[in-house]
Design a protein. Structure first.
Length: 706
């Protein structure tokens, strides 16, 4: 591992800091060291790791106060800034240390009660108030605050080095770590983060005050120093020594199992995995909570997935407790997906998921009773699925969450194989795993992802996504937590819409009248997110002409766009939804023209009338699959269909002002694209409505349905 420290880079950060006079120089140095650690996912991943520096600040009445700046809970070290460190008053923490110092009588139960009930409140009560510019947002103090506070060193860096975990997560981990690091590092047996760990770490320091770091077994590597550079140099040096120990060890060769002659593709497998790992929000209601999937299939990972002992390896537990809240304590191992028998794969996978859920419930009940923790069970579904011959899926309630899970799972799998190849991997106990998984301070890191909106975990596709109605609809679904796919014929407009919707939007240029292009788009959706839950088939073009004079060419073109495109999109969506077996929602932008045609508008109204009956046919034929089909009949919406030129012409033809023409309904109100978007969202949420057409026109009796 390379030492990346560069003084000129540090100077650039120092020169660019906000209100330099008020930002302590030592904090700037810590920011730089932290970012160097965060750049390498072999050291920390996605909010993991902790760094701190001790400082002296002046309070609002002029008193000098000892403070520790520590990276806030869940903040990524790779992008950390000065405002991402919580300042905590150090003296009260040191008084706590003295209370629990060696020689005083405090039971392990006393320590555990403090760690679970009082810890968070104690930290919040001792936060130091800074000027507004130094704190970027409301932050939670790290669960490792006491560890950093109890040690006397100025700078402290703590990583979850995969090399360290590979060596320490062994039945003989203590011996192997001592061989690699020598006497310059203290050894701390595994204990849950909090007061107990802080106390044990300080005792390790007291035994040998000259140590330059310590191993937190099955947890992480800590180094310290008088300067940020010294602590960073020691971290890199320590990791390199551990890596040298690993590379010099004699390695086992693992037997592999044969794979099917033809492995199914990720496009075929992902929807099956996604559906099997979904669950009913309310039993019996068939309203499912689904997950977004992230797929990985590096060559090294595929080699790991072929080993004969994969099931045994997978059950050995997490690489470090920090990962459990993201990945659960172990993944689900799926059967190898034979392309010739996808139905058999799906059946076997669902059986394995059921078994996983049963085992998780038993684990929860067993450990909840053993620990006495007053906690409610989180959903028992796996967060990582290993598919031999294909790859790995990470599951999350958002694409970001799924990617994070997949990152951790991929690195963990390879590190675990490395650990087994030089010894015998050994994780923390089941009870320790439970106490971490259900610890409130750990759950707080991911709780916000569980409340991401009504459509968290759902994948929504909108055709014509760059148009007025399509973009408004995409925004409405995103506001409620959906993962978005927008498709449009115009790449320039599509990219602009994607920028407006923000990061994470999947934009696919697509001619919806080309069946092969549409099929390819759905393959991309499956590769990216794992499947689909809701489609809004929104594309349309308002072609005009007197029906007795219109050419066959124009009429057929209108049917291709205004009818057959809806059928092509829906048919591809249904194929995926049936593979998922968790239902779905088909939403169509029809038109009031379907029931209340306008003069010389036949080329548009005729295919729209057919689309209205397409909605009902899908409701009739696929209700048995749990798939709902509904539509919206809108009228006079400013969009690519109803252009300013068309509004001017049609209002003039009726002898009305443009304002009166657009508000020509019973309510006298203009209907907007946002109103149509709200209707689509409403229909998507109506779990027991299908075959319905909702009018969004301000009131038009001639266009009203029963």
């Amino acid at each position: 591992m390379l030492n990346l420290w560069n003084e000129s880079d540090l100077e650039k950060i120092a020169a660019g800091r906000i209100n330099a006079a008020d930002t302590p120089e030592e904090l700037v140095d810590l920011v730089y060291a932290s970012r160097l650690l965060g750049k390498d996912d072999r050291l920390v991943m996605h909010g993991g790791g902790n760094t701190s520096v001790k400082s002296v600040l002046t309070d609002f009445i002029g008193n000098k106060v000892n403070v520790i700046f520590i990276k806030a809970s869940g903040v990524n070290l790779a992008s950390v800034d000065a405002g991402d460190f919580t300042p905590v008053r150090l003296d009260p923490l040191r008084k706590l240390q003295q209370m629990y110092a060696s020689g005083q009588r405090h039971s392990e139960d006393d320590i555990k009660r403090f760690s679970t009930r009082e810890f968070k409140n104690f930290l919040y009560l001792n936060l130091f108030t800074l000027t507004d510019h130094m704190v970027s947002r409301s932050l939670s103090p790290s669960i490792e605050t006491l560890l950093h506070a109890f040690l006397p060193h100025r700078y402290i860096l703590h990583t979850h080095s995969l090399a360290l975990l590979t060596l320490s997560n062994q039945t003989e981990g203590d011996r192997m770590c001592r061989e690699a690091l020598g006497d310059g590092y203290g050894m701390v047996p595994y204990i849950q983060p909090g007061l107990g760990l802080a106390k044990s770490a300080f005792e390790a320091y007291e035994e040998n005050p000259s140590i330059e770091g310590m191993v937190l077994h099955k947890h992480g590597l800590v180094t310290f120093g008088d300067s940020a550079k010294e602590a960073y140099d020691r971290m890199i040096d320590g990791v390199n020594r551990i890596e040298e120990r690993i590379s010099s060890a004699e390695r086992k060769v693992f037997a592999s199992v044969p794979m099917p002659a033809s492995i199914a593709t990720v496009e075929q497998v992902a929807p099956i995995v996604r559906g099997a790992c979904s669950f009913e929000k309310t039993p019996g209601e068939k309203d499912y909570q689904s997950f977004v999937l992230e797929f990985r299939n590096s060559p090294a990972l595929l080699d790991y997935l072929k080993i004969a002992d994969l099931e045994t390896f997978a059950r050995k537990g997490a690489m470090t407790p920090d990962f459990i809240i993201r990945t659960k304590n172990h993944p689900l191992v799926a059967p190898a997906p034979d392309a010739a028998d996808l139905e058999g794969f799906g059946k076997a996978l669902r059986e394995r998921v059921e078994r996983y859920v049963e085992e998780y419930r038993a684990y929860y009940e067993r450990q909840q009773q053993a620990t006495g923790m007053e906690v409610s069970m989180i959903d028992p579904m796996p967060r990582v699925v290993l598919v031999p011959g294909l790859g790995l899926f990470g599951l999350g309630l958002s694409a970001v969450d799924a990617k994070l899970t997949a990152d951790i799972a991929e690195h963990s799998a390879l590190a675990m194989l490395d650990a087994e190849s030089i010894g015998c991997f050994e994780s923390i106990s089941e009870r320790d795993a439970f106490e971490i998984e259900y610890w409130d301070m750990e759950q707080a890191k991911v709780r916000k992802n569980r409340n991401g909106g009504e459509f968290a975990g759902k994948v929504v596709m909108v055709t014509g996504g760059a148009g007025a109605i399509g973009l408004a609809t995409a925004k409405a679904f995103k506001q409620k937590g959906a993962e978005l796919v927008i498709m449009d014929l115009d790449p320039t407009a599509l990219n602009k819409a994607a920028e407006e919707l923000g990061a994470g939007t999947l934009a696919i240029p697509c001619d919806v009248t080309d069946a092969s292009v549409v099929r390819s788009a759905f393959d991309t959706i499956c590769r990216t997110y794992g499947g689909i839950d809701i489609i809004v088939s929104n594309v349309g073009v308002a072609l005009q002409g007197r029906i007795g004079d219109v050419s066959d060419e124009l009429l057929r073109k209108s049917f291709e766009i205004n009818f057959f495109s809806h059928q092509t999109v829906a048919q591809n969506a249904v194929k995926i939804m049936r593979a998922q077996k968790i239902g779905g929602s088909l939403l169509f932008n029809v038109s009031k023209q379907a029931v209340n045609p306008g003069a010389d508008f036949g080329p548009y109204g005729l295919p729209k009338a057919a689309t209205l009956f397409l909605v009902r046919q899908y409701a009739l034929d696929h209700g048995r699959d749990g798939i709902r089909a509904n539509g919206v009949n809108a009228d006079r919406i400013r969009s690519g269909l109803l252009t300013p030129e068309m509004i001017k012409a049609r209002s003039a033809a009726r002898g009305l002002s443009e304002k009166d023409y657009m508000a020509g309904n019973l309510l006298g109100l203009e209907v907007t694209a946002e109103d149509v978007a709200d209707a689509f969202v409403h229909l998507a949420l109506e779990a027991k409505t299908t075959g319905s057409i909702t009018t969004v026109d301000g009131g038009n009796i001639a266009a009203a349905l029963r």
